[in-house]
Ligand binder design. Sequence first.
Ligand SMILES: *Cc1c(COP(=O)(O)O)cnc(C)c1O
Length: 356
Amino acid sequence: MKKHNFYAGPSILPEFTIKNSAEAILDFAGTGLSILEVSHRSKEFVAVMDEARDLFKELLNIPDGYHVLFLGGGASTQFYTVPFNFLNTKAAYLNTGEWASKAIKEAKFFGEVVEVASSKDKNFNYIPKGYTVPDDVDYFHITTNNTIYGTELLKDPEVNVPLAADMSSDILSRPVDVSKYAVIYGGAQKNLAPAGLTFVIVREDALGKVTRPMPTMINYKTHIDKGSMFNTPPVLAVYSALQTLKWLKAMGGVEVMEKRNIAKAELIYGEIDRNKLFVPTVPNPEDRSRMNVCYVMAEEYKELEKEFLDFATARGMVGIKGYRTVGGFRASTYNALPIESVQALVDVMREFEAKI
Ligand SMILES: *Cc1c(COP(=O)(O)O)cnc(C)c1O
């Protein structure tokens, strides 16, 4: 039976990425060696790193003056690396979920943190609006897509300070005006590559403004100067990321991805709104994530949750169980997920409704 992969992360990757990665494990770039056993300083791997960096810049239309870094440590390491490099006295954060809360916790080690707004009062089921960001903060941090709660900030906030963003789960799913940001980062395991890789897009002239002493590895400048090769990068994950970037380019780039992602989101949210058994957890359509679609059983059908999960699993749906703090279901619809998989899930929801 065909499996439809709705995992939230690590998550679905293009078949192109998986096949080429498997091939490189057997024979990398005609070296007769596995990519698992060649030096990251070999000319073959240096070429992979250079191409991945260039393609990332091209696809996201990243302006001059910015650097793309491929590091280890995950997005969670960036929660303290960002304030280490940018927070002098004060930073503003928007609290839209568990990941944002974790980022706030880390920033507090480095200075004053102004939480300008939070959606915690409603279990993070909306994106706060109408807040004010003080003009004297070093940056304003947002989490563009809230993987756990299924909300997404699709429009850059209009503020007078540089933006910093965790884009772990919506990077490359739509165009972004990078020029508004001092830094964008994320774990690659949602939309780009296997786990173990972290991407960072950083504006060089925003750096060097903090006065604290910096350990070498946490200083972005180290990695800029060494082209992400100060220490051993996650070689295989970088190779896989390059394959995903090539696939993205061949598909038509982020504009085409955005169209595909909108179509997938409309299909699944349309069914959730129509089907009497289900309700979306995010009431405002404007705030609904295109990457993580969260929904629960309607009140009068609550006891059918487990039955629906088993029904869907038996029909090839994988990874649709909701996160424990939200419950219900979460269908992650990342770039690599074809619309056929969304249609398959919609069909299962209809079939289940007809049977009740
Ligand atoms: C998954 C996720 C993280 C955590 O990433 P790690 O690489 O596991 O540290 C952080 N932020 C968001 C928005 C995520 O989706």
